[in-house]
Design a protein around this ligand. Structure first.
Ligand code: SAH
Ligand code: SF4
Ligand code: F3S
Length: 446
């Protein structure tokens, strides 16, 4: 197809948003728009946005100001805001950011061609309808910025958990699961193109449920059976729905990676209740024990929020003690940011002073660095199978990949290339990386 116009898309937020950008790229390609990485040659600029914390929105607003400068130089340039901020702010965004021409929510991407026609004729175009059934199941994502080795596959959309602090149920709508056949076909297609790792994505993959009664354990098994050389990962699991059945399926399929991201948010029962997380500290620790029982070598990571409404010093200490008890390999750590219209914004005061939030977050980050280093040190002397992704960040003489536990492993490049499986013996580490040496080419077996 001959492309007439060029679109530049910048993406913020979670993996789901990055996956959506590929869907948007595909819809646009069907309408004669080619994606470009060079903003200067774009006829259309989209920013796929995130509303999860205030600073995520501020970053987008700053970018919009810069895009406006391009627009002044290039009349006719169309600027669109898509994703969660579009959904949260709707028309308000056009009132606030005058140069925005198109606003499209996460369930309305099929309507993009019509909306662009409107925008090209000088009208402001907006569609923020949420859907109860849109999964974009039939759209083959354009694998933008891909390393050709790992790919994201969106398996469900939306979230109905309504954690009190969280904006996602409002920006992403009702939970719905994609048909399993289309997921397996996508995984198979990727494998045939040379991909060696897929990440199954949803806000809470453990509540995946498709019409014929297939739950997440059955689905992940189907994907794992595509080929033993295809690694399968998933994100994110809500602790309340992490079943023993899933752990059993993981244990039975070595190509399902030994890595679970299980966001805890807080170690205090009082906070967990206020957050509407629907589990207690003990219950969470019970799930960690189950993971360690079925998958003794499983990597563990989490999300933590510091300074939620009414959080006391004692609550904070409970978070620190839980982190030590679990011994996470990695964590994403945030200061609580009140989001308009959420349950917490309506019911609970954002009353932990900014400096206290900052100090608690620093303590959490400091502890996690110690835990990550301790976990990496334990790996020295062990041998891992590493899937090569590309050069290391620091040197073209080194390659980097991940082990099953999701740790980054760096080693001398030899004759290996992205997509190869290589056995690496770990000889040293930092907080963020394992370093090792090749002890054999493992292509063909897992
Ligand atoms: N669905 C995923 C999380 C999606 S949001 C899950 O439930 O695990 C990613 C993380 O952002 C959350 O786990 C939480 O730690 C953080 N987060 C969400 N809302 C937040 C807020 N208002 N302030 C600070 N952090 C927030
Ligand atoms: Fe937000 Fe909770 Fe849903 Fe995760 S499970 S997206 S934190 S409401
Ligand atoms: Fe952000 Fe939306 Fe994802 S709010 S974290 S981009 S679902």
């Amino acid at each position: 197809m001959e492309y007439k116009k060029k679109i530049y898309i910048e993406t913020y937020g979670c993996q789901m948003n990055f996956s959506d950008t590929q869907i948007v790229g595909s819809i646009m390609a069907d309408h004669e728009f080619d994606t470009t990485k060079n903003i200067a040659e774009a006829d259309l600029i989209f920013v796929n946005t995130c509303s999860i914390r205030d600073n995520a929105e501020q970053r987008v607003r700053a970018r919009l100001k810069e895009f406006n400068r391009y627009k002044k130089k290039k009349p006719g340039l169309i600027i669109g805001v898509i994703g969660c901020m579009a959904e949260r702010l709707k028309e308000q965004l056009i009132e606030e950011e005058k140069m925005v021409d198109v606003i499209v929510g996460p369930d309305a991407y099929r309507d993009l061609p019509r909306l662009l026609n409107l925008a090209e004729s000088g009208q402001k175009a907006i569609n923020v309808m949420l859907s109860a059934d849109e999964t974009y199941a039939d759209i083959d994502p354009v694998r933008l910025e891909s390393n050709g080795v790992s790919a994201l596959i969106s398996i469900m959309r939306g979230c109905e958990n309504f954690c009190s602090y969280c904006v996602v149920p409002y920006t992403r709508g009702k939970e719905r699961s994609r048909d399993p056949e289309t997921i397996v076909n996508e995984a198979r297609g990727l494998f045939e193109k040379g991909y060696r790792e897929v990440t199954l994505l949803g806000q809470n993959v453990n509540s995946y449920k498709s019409k014929p009664g297939i739950g997440f354990p059955e689905l992940i098994k189907m994907v794992a059976l595509v080929n033993p050389l295809l690694r399968v990962r998933f994100a994110t699991s809500h602790p309340k729905d992490l079943s023993d059945e899933l752990l059993k399926v993981m244990a039975a399929h070595p190509n399902i990676c030994r890595s679970i991201h299980l966001p805890v948010q807080s170690g205090s029962d009082a906070m967990l209740k206020r957050m509407n997380r629907k589990y207690t500290r003990d219950w969470y620790l019970g799930r960690i024990s189950a993971i360690k029982q079925y998958l003794p070598d499983c990597g563990l990571s989490t999300d933590i929020i510091a300074g939620f409404s009414d959080e006391t010093e004692e609550d904070h200490q409970k978070t620190l003690s839980l982190m030590t008890q679990v011994g996470y390999d990695y964590a994403f750590m945030f200061k609580y940011s009140e989001r308009p219209d959420t349950l917490a914004a309506k019911k609970y005061k954002d009353n932990v002073p900014e400096d206290v939030k900052g100090r608690r977050l620093q303590e959490i980050i400091y502890l996690q660095q110690k835990l990550s280093l301790a976990s990496n040190k334990k790996d020295i002397g062990k041998t891992f199978e590493v899937l090569v992704e590309g050069f290391s960040k620091k040197s073209k003489e080194e390659l980097a990949g991940r082990n099953s536990q999701n740790k980054v492993v760096v080693f001398p490049k030899g004759d290996f290339k992205p997509g190869d499986y290589v056995n690496i013996k770990i000889v040293s580490c930092t907080t963020a990386t394992l370093k090792g040496e090749v002890i054999g080419d493992n292509a063909g077996k897992l």
